[in-house]
Write a protein that binds this ligand. Structure first.
Ligand SMILES: [Zn+2]
Length: 261
């Protein structure tokens, strides 16, 4: 055992267990670590290395696309699930929302006639009731040769509402409320209600309902792996037995790599 892992004298032991200034008992170092700032993260997926997401990254094809309009405070949160969508669907676009400076690339895409964009937002306020559409409009867009796009406002509930209200370039777009019985499975933040889905779950349900069933299932599995891996790492638990979602994604990856050979 290396010297640093053992206590040579009673004095050493006392200094490890109490604060050197106050001599008050110190919490075990494990509690400091639990806050997450000392965790080593994988450079590939930004998850704690203990349960890394990289072995489960697979690409799926979909008719519809997802464009994320992400609040700047949301971007760097490791618990953000919007980023999972781009890992699975290669066509995903991610924009940072700034109230006074709309993203030029987003402005160009909104003018592009190949796309039929929908702002995904609840229909609980009367002042935009005339813009509310159902999923039938997504199917119609697909049949007329356009690429349906789900614009997701990625942030807390308050931030999403602010983005919706303070972005004039969204004002002309149809509003698509998500209707689902799904309850959230997200374990990394405490939802106000089980009906509040996280961003990746919203994308899964929209893709599924819009007919992109395979892409939806793969994103759902990827979300589950992220959710379980992150939650396990928080309690220093290494997942030794792959979950069903991990097994499905691994099988998919194996099939892809043998197809390339
Ligand atoms: Zn990784």
């Amino acid at each position: 055992m290396p010297a640093s892992d053992t206590y040579n004298t009673l004095a050493d032991r006392a200094s490890a267990e109490s604060d050197p200034m106050t001599r008050h008992p110190r919490p075990p170092s494990r509690e400091f670590k639990a806050r997450g700032s000392f965790v080593t993260r994988c450079a590939g997926c930004n998850l704690p290395e203990l349960n890394c997401l990289c072995p489960y990254q697979v690409k799926a094809e979909s008719h519809a696309q997802v464009w994320l309009l992400t609040h700047p405070l949301e971007h760097y949160k490791p618990t953000n699930t919007g980023r999972l969508i781009g890992d699975v669907l290669a066509q995903t676009e991610v924009f940072t929302w700034y109230r006074t400076a709309p993203d030029k690339h987003l402005m160009a895409l909104l003018e592009d006639p190949r796309y039929s964009p929908f702002v995904v937002f609840p229909d609980d306020q009367p002042d935009y009731a005339d813009r509310v559409v159902t999923l039938g409009a997504v199917v119609d867009a697909k049949h007329s040769g356009k690429i349906p796009v789900y614009i997701l406002l990625d942030g807390t509930w308050r931030q999403a509402r602010r983005i919706f209200r303070k972005s004039p370039y969204l004002d002309a777009l149809p509003v698509l409320p998500l209707r689902t019985e799904r309850e959230t499975r997200y374990r990394l933040r405490k939802p106000a209600s089980s009906a509040h889905l996280c961003t990746a779950e919203v994308a899964v349900e929209l893709l599924r309902q819009g007919g992109d069933v395979t892409a939806a299932a793969m994103l759902d599995d990827y979300f589950d792996v992220f959710n379980d891996s992150y939650a396990a790492s928080r309690s220093y638990h290494k997942i030794e037995t792959p979950t069903p979602a991990m097994q499905r994604l691994s099988a998919k990856r194996d099939a892809e790599s043998s197809a390339k050979e």
